[in-house]
Design a protein around this ligand. Structure first.
Ligand SMILES: Nc1ncnc2c1ncn2[C@@H]1O[C@H](COP(=O)(O)OP(=O)(O)O)[C@@H](O)[C@H]1O
Ligand SMILES: [Mg+2]
Length: 312
């Protein structure tokens, strides 16, 4: 008994070193008495300071997940915490503070990110004003300074006095990233932020997210269809049918001659109960279904087709 209690105490909490922790997150929508399970027990850990891409077919649950992480929607079941905030049990007041101070959000629709009647600099200063501090000349100056610094960091200081209508789509998205960073959030979430842009502009937006990640220290999660984007990040997580199904990790290696090369490996997720989702094409290649034989070797586990017949 005592030993078991000790073991429980020594067991490190799931995701203790992660800024985003999703543990078996379920989100069910009910429309016209039909249930849609948008998320079906999704697990995801993201470490502080990471920049990751989320990919997946349309309808796989990417936006549902991002809306939950943004504090705009709540899971039906499971556990989700971001920067230590429990997204299931937050009060309305905590939720408001969470959305204003702990996360930043960039939407695909450029128009949705910015106030049309404010300049770029005013748009960036706005979330700081909403922070609840009373007005003072000193605070107003500090906000204007920070807005200027953010625009500068993103290479658009010269656009500070323009309104959104006077900016290109790519410029608007860069301002939107500055807005998302205004209150120095722990996490920046972006749902297909380059979806309305040509590939060259998309590359510059991506560079802006990288700057935010590397120089301003934000953890960044980007949902994207863009294979180029996915090819540039260290970690790409794929969502399939409302679950994280696989991920690709990339590493840049430098050899003895200073030549750089990237190595890339795809992994499938192993959930906490020991389940893995094998790639469909692997299963099809060997005709595996229903039941497989699993054998332990010294350094791997072999999964083989069930060869016994008539015993089903
Ligand atoms: N508000 C909603 N009401 C009903 N069904 C929804 C709602 N939002 C999303 N869904 C459904 O949940 C599934 C996942 O949607 P979504 O998260 O938007 O996917 P993705 O962003 O990966 O394309 C889809 O089947 C979608 O139709
Ligand atoms: Mg979506």
């Amino acid at each position: 008994m005592r030993r078991r209690a000790e073991a429980a105490r020594n067991q490190v909490a799931y995701g203790h070193d992660s800024v985003i922790v999703c543990d078996q997150v379920v989100r069910i929508f009910t429309a016209d008495r039909v249930e849609v399970q948008a998320l079906q027990g999704l697990d995801l850990l993201v470490r502080k300071g990471d920049l990751i891409a989320l990919v997946g077919a349309s309808g796989s649950g990417k936006s549902t997940l991002l809306n939950i992480l943004a504090g705009l929607d709540a899971p039906t079941a499971g556990a989700a915490t971001v920067a230590g905030c429990d997204l299931l049990t937050m009060t309305a007041k905590e939720r408001l503070r969470y959305r204003r101070e702990l996360v930043g959000f960039v939407w695909q629709q450029t128009a949705r990110n910015l106030m049309p009647f404010l300049t770029a600099a005013q748009n960036v200063a706005l979330p700081m004003q909403l922070n609840g501090e009373r007005w003072s000349a000193g605070r107003a100056k500090r906000r204007a300074d920070r807005a200027g610094e953010l625009l500068d960091a993103l290479g658009i200081a010269h656009l500070a006095d323009r309104r959104p209508a006077q900016l290109s789509g790519g410029e608007q998205q860069r301002v939107a990233i500055a807005v998302a960073m205004a209150n120095n959030p722990s996490v920046v979430l972006a749902d297909e932020p380059t979806g309305e842009l040509d590939s060259e502009t998309a590359a510059s937006i991506f560079e802006a997210f990288r700057t935010v990640n590397r120089e301003l220290g934000a953890t960044v999660v980007i949902v994207t269809h863009d294979p180029m984007v996915a090819g540039e990040v260290r970690r790409t997580v794929a969502i399939r049918d409302g679950r994280t199904s696989s991920e690709v990790l990339r590493e840049t290696l430098t050899d003895e001659h200073g030549q750089k090369s990237t190595s890339e490996r795809e992994y499938v997720m192993l959930d906490r109960t020991g389940r893995v989702q094998l790639p469909r094409e692997f299963l099809a290649a060997l005709g595996m279904e229903h039941r497989v034989a699993v054998d332990l070797a010294s350094d791997h586990i072999a999964v083989r087709p069930d060869e016994r017949e008539g015993d089903a």
